[in-house]
Ligand binder design. Structure first.
Ligand code: FE2
Length: 169
């Protein structure tokens, strides 16, 4: 099938499925930001797993292992949803740096600074997701919205767990 014919078939499918082609591509670009945030957070969480020191080492080493494992699986799920929407999934560090508001980090930090940094990054990811969910629901892409609500709930739980490690009371 020619690419024009394929594009027309895809557009017909989208309209029947209730998502307009222009909305599909906007949803995919919102998901690209979520993918970039998740990748940045994955790398930084693994960095904390490797480099953290001090009395909270063992708890943080174990918790970050669980968190980067979850993020690794999520990255694949988010990228594959972008593909299901018919767009290319961003797959380069340069692109992730451009798309995400999560910054690279300085290795020379205390355990508490590492944890506060991750909490802040999870909050950044949640903020992008909240915007994307509203957009998806407005455009009736409930499948993507559902996936993002599940991700957002995981990030909020991760924030609670990280906060509990540094809380004093
Ligand atoms: Fe490890």
């Amino acid at each position: 099938m020619s690419s024009a014919a394929l594009a027309s078939k895809t557009a017909q499918f989208d309209q029947k499925a209730g998502i307009q082609p222009e909305d599909r591509s906007k949803i995919a670009s919102e998901l690209g930001k979520v993918l970039a945030d998740s990748y940045m957070l994955f790398i930084k969480t693994q960095g904390v797993h490797w480099n953290v020191v001090g009395p909270t080492f063992y708890s943080l080493h174990k918790l970050t292992e669980e968190h980067y494992g979850n993020l690794y699986a999520a990255i694949d799920e988010i990228a594959e949803r972008i593909r299901a929407l018919g767009e290319k999934a961003p797959a380069s560090y340069r692109k992730y740096g451009e798309l995400s508001d999560i910054q690279d980090y300085d290795l020379e930090q205390t355990a508490e600074q590492h944890v506060k940094m991750l909490i802040d990054d999870h909050r950044t990811a949640v903020k992008s997701m909240r915007g994307a969910i509203e957009w998806c629901e407005d455009k009736k892409d409930f499948v993507t919205a559902d996936m993002l609500i599940e991700r957002m709930s995981w990030h909020e739980e991760a924030i609670w767990m990280l906060n509990s490690i540094i809380a004093e009371k």
